[in-house]
Ligand binder design. Structure first.
Ligand SMILES: [Zn+2]
Length: 312
């Protein structure tokens, strides 16, 4: 099944300073892996466009966009919050990262691609409508989902988020949007320390203890996500694909394996195949241990393409 890889050189120029875990080597590791594994020869590489003001404004108010612009330094670094560092080139990267989501939606809804993986940074799922945080400036996936609703007229889209951190931004942005079902698993209690609430008709959040491994993770998906997703019948499935729950990634305590990320990707594809004609837009969120990140992204993309992995 044709799958695109959307990225842009600008996403490598978002310099977060020395020793920051969210850095350009993440994208280099993923792309090197695609070459080693041969995926580069079957993926369609697409340059991310700049997001338009109109597209951003569906998710973030003008005052917030203006404040981000004003916060970008002319030289050196600036901090939007204790974790979120920007450099003079970060605005271009953030506009490309959000633009990738929009382009991905247009590719799958136009029938050119079945699925898209966006290898972009800064990531997005912690960015609330009026607050940047947790390495995120704009909520890229929310910009994509809003585009799917407003421009393509979809009535039901799902956003599933298996990053080890709660996608507080996506949750906040779609809090009162019944056309979006948000499903999330995350270590709890843990950053960003969103208070737990009862699940609702458009929000399925499943906290995982710090000791969680494969069994708890898979049970969370099987028992909570999948019934809700099957009943919702999404017309398009978005994935906030974070790989920082991997046991080799010291950003969290949850200890998943390569096999777990492949497994959850397969379950997501089953949902997409059942009601969304296989349409998936997946966007990189976290994942900071470069080896496991690159392997798991490769495996995730192979599942989107219905390619079998040649290794365990
Ligand atoms: Zn994360």
């Amino acid at each position: 099944m044709p799958t695109a890889y959307i990225t842009h050189p600008a996403c490598r120029n978002h310099d977060t300073g020395p020793d920051h875990p969210e850095n350009a080597s993440r994208l280099f590791a993923i792309e090197d892996r695609f070459v080693e594994s041969g995926l580069d020869s079957v993926l369609r590489y697409v340059d991310a466009p700049l997001v338009s003001e109109e597209q951003l404004l569906r998710v973030h108010p003008q005052g917030y966009i203006d404040a981000i612009r004003a916060a970008i330094p002319e030289s050196g670094y600036a901090r939007l919050d204790p974790d979120t560092v920007v450099c003079p080139k970060s605005l271009d990267a953030a506009y490309r990262a959000a633009g990738a989501a929009v382009a991905a939606v247009d590719l799958v809804m136009g029938g050119e691609m079945d699925s898209v993986f966006c290898g972009v940074r800064p990531p997005g799922h912690h960015a609330e409508s009026t607050r940047s945080m947790g390495f995120c400036i704009f909520d890229n996936i929310a910009v994509g989902a809003a585009h799917a609703l407003e421009v393509h007229g979809l009535k039901r889209v799902a956003v599933v988020d298996f990053d080890v951190h709660h996608g507080n931004g996506t949750e906040e942005i779609f809090e009162n949007e019944d056309r979006v079902l948000f499903c999330s698993t995350f270590q709890h209690p843990f950053y960003p320390f969103t208070p737990l609430r009862e699940n609702s008709s458009n929000r399925i959040c499943v906290p995982l203890p710090a000791t969680a491994k494969s069994d708890e993770f898979r049970a969370a998906i099987t028992d909570h996500w999948l019934p809700a997703l099957a009943a919702f019948e999404p017309e398009l499935v978005f994935v906030s694909a974070g790989f920082d729950a991997h046991r080799d990634d010291d950003m969290s305590h949850v200890a998943l394996t390569d096999g777990d990320f492949r497994w959850v990707s397969e379950r997501i594809m089953e949902i997409a195949n059942a009601s969304a004609a296989g349409r998936v837009v997946s966007m990189l969120e976290g994942g900071y241990e470069l080896n496991s990140l690159a392997r798991c992204v490769d495996a995730h993309v192979r599942v989107l393409m219905d390619l079998h992995t040649s290794h365990a």
